[in-house]
Design a protein around this ligand. Structure first.
Ligand code: AMP
Length: 294
């Protein structure tokens, strides 16, 4: 299946089987091209497209994937209602210059059933805290699908957003620990004009929650500024930020924490780089964000 884009004339080839990827990859290999890979769950927005454009700029061939991975969703999470917008995703990818998209079925990815698949267990120091604490099993699901996708696509480089900072750390460590010959390329978070980090889940936000949501980035910014300028100690700045968020009606804070931006180890005092990370529920919608002081 080929999608023609009337504006750019570009085409994104749809690869719906592992066999189709093998053929595509074989052709790229023959001509010695550098393949850049952008894994996604679809419902694409400007954040995803920025990853794709960066891959386009740095690589000869760009392949994305769209797969809503059931393994990384908890039993009470939004797997069933996660937005699926393949036709418009395809248009957007064509415009961003993506050469091919791997769009597998669950059967293709987990032919023996997802429950019985061999799991990749990520480094527990990176994966069991913060997101891993609130979403048990999440990073094992991510590490497993990323390892499978890497082995199917065999890219030279893979592009991941800083929006999911802990995920980026987990994946970078996975590549290092398993000696995968793949460069993990981080890409800065893309935001709406009011500071809200773009996310496929933002479509779930009701009018009231949408107005409240930019507060996360605002608070992260003020915590970072206070700690970086030395106006407050790191712990004081975090405490002030937590207090600001906890008193907001309609917002349920899960964590506001700081970590070393390189090692992701806990920090007691401000140092460079420090990453500030937040997660909160606005009604039923769970949002995460972070900001890095470098
Ligand atoms: P997802 O489809 O949510 O799994 O995201 C696919 C990739 O896009 C991940 O590497 C995300 O970190 C990245 N991404 C998602 N939102 C953004 C954003 N607002 N800015 C930059 N990267 C993003």
């Amino acid at each position: 299946m080929i999608s023609d884009n009337a504006v750019s004339g570009a085409k994104t080839q749809v690869l719906d089987s592992i066999e189709a990827v093998r053929v595509w990859r074989h052709n790229a290999m023959k001509s010695g091209e550098r393949v850049g890979f952008v894994p996604t769950m679809g419902a694409l927005h400007e954040g995803h497209l920025t990853l794709m454009r960066q891959a386009r700029a740095e690589c000869d061939r760009v392949v994305a994937s769209i797969f809503v991975n059931p393994l990384q969703f908890g039993p009470k999470e939004d797997f069933g209602r996660y937005p699926r917008t393949f036709e418009s995703d395809l248009q957007m990818m064509s415009q961003a210059g993506v050469d091919a998209v791997f769009f597998p079925s669950e059967q293709e990815m987990y032919p023996d059933g997802r429950e019985s698949v061999t799991r990749v267990v990520p480094n527990p120091e990176l994966a069991d805290c913060l997101e891993g604490h609130f979403r048990p099993g999440f990073f094992t699901g991510v590490a497993t699908v990323v390892a499978k996708l890497f082995n199917i696509i065999l890219p030279e480089a893979a592009f991941f957003g800083e929006k999911d900072y802990q995920q980026l750390q987990v994946v970078s460590r996975l590549a290092r620990d398993l000696n995968l010959p793949i460069q993990i390329v981080p890409v800065k978070t893309v935001r709406e004009l009011d500071g809200l980090a773009m996310s496929s889940r933002n479509v779930y936000l009701g009018e009231e929650q949408r107005l409240l949501a930019p507060l996360l980035y605002k608070t992260l910014t003020s915590v970072k500024d206070a700690a970086q300028s030395g106006k407050l100690s790191l712990q004081e700045a975090l405490e002030r930020g937590r207090n600001e968020l906890m008193v907001m009606p309609g917002l349920e804070l899960q964590y506001l924490e700081a970590r070393n931006g390189d090692t992701f180890l806990a920090v007691t005092d401000f140092e460079l780089p420090t990453v500030f990370l937040v997660a909160a529920k606005l009604k039923e919608v769970r949002l995460i964000d972070n900001i890095v002081a470098r």
